[in-house]
Design a binder for this molecule. Structure first.
Ligand SMILES: [Zn+2]
Length: 212
């Protein structure tokens, strides 16, 4: 058999699909022909390489596939958790004021008296939320059990204030109660969930008054 026919047959030989006779013929030829022997060697080498790569790749890829699947679940889990935490976080931050108002209720008021003689008349106190400085109301409702029912005349206020409290029907519940700067008065006789109107009379100045 000449070299060209052998070279045509070598791929089949390498793949192991030649008949016994062809195998015999090729092996006989190779013993004498160095060129075809080298060609076969190269072919076998290449085949080994090609077979070796998938084997290596297989081994390498298999754990990656598992890791990838695990990792995917972890990543999705992390995204979902981040989303939930963000939502809860936003909700908590938004509602801190509201939650605070329930457990530590407080209203603040600033009364400014311009007249040098002080107030002739009783002035209605307008209370606001401590945080947002909104929800201005000219009355106060002790709408939770967490109210101390205390009125504080702040320490940096210039003078005493006189406090008068009326109920919804205009009845005076507390009259001319003196509150010195830096002190508080306790109003235990006031009931929960009723509207009370607070009025003050005082000298000239700017008065920070807190209801807690
Ligand atoms: Zn040959």
């Amino acid at each position: 058999m000449n070299c060209n026919i052998i070279k045509d047959l070598l791929p089949s030989y390498v793949d192991g699909i030649c008949s016994e006779d062809t195998v015999k013929a090729i092996e006989e030829h190779i013993q004498h022909c160095e060129e075809c022997k080298q060609t076969l060697k190269r072919m076998q080498q290449q085949t080994d390489d090609v077979q070796a790569i998938p084997e290596e790749v297989k081994k390498a890829i298999t754990p990656f596939k598992k890791i990838n699947k695990k990792r995917r679940i972890q990543v999705i889990g992390a995204i979902v958790m981040t989303f939930i935490i963000t939502i809860i976080g936003a909700w908590v931050i938004q509602d801190v004021g509201a939650v605070n108002q329930i457990f530590f209720p407080m209203r603040i008021a600033v009364v400014v008296v311009d007249s040098a003689d002080g107030m002739e008349e009783w002035e209605r106190i307008i209370f606001s939320d401590k945080e947002q400085r909104r929800n201005d109301k000219d009355y106060l409702i002790y709408n939770s059990v967490f109210w101390n029912k205390e009125i504080t005349n702040h320490a940096n206020n210039e003078s005493d204030i006189l406090l008068r409290i009326k109920d919804e029907n205009g009845n005076v519940i507390v009259n001319e109660l003196l509150v010195s700067p830096g002190t508080s008065v306790q109003l235990d006789n006031l009931k929960n969930n009723e509207k009370y109107y607070f009025e003050i009379k005082t000298t000239q100045g700017r008065f920070h008054i807190t209801a807690t």
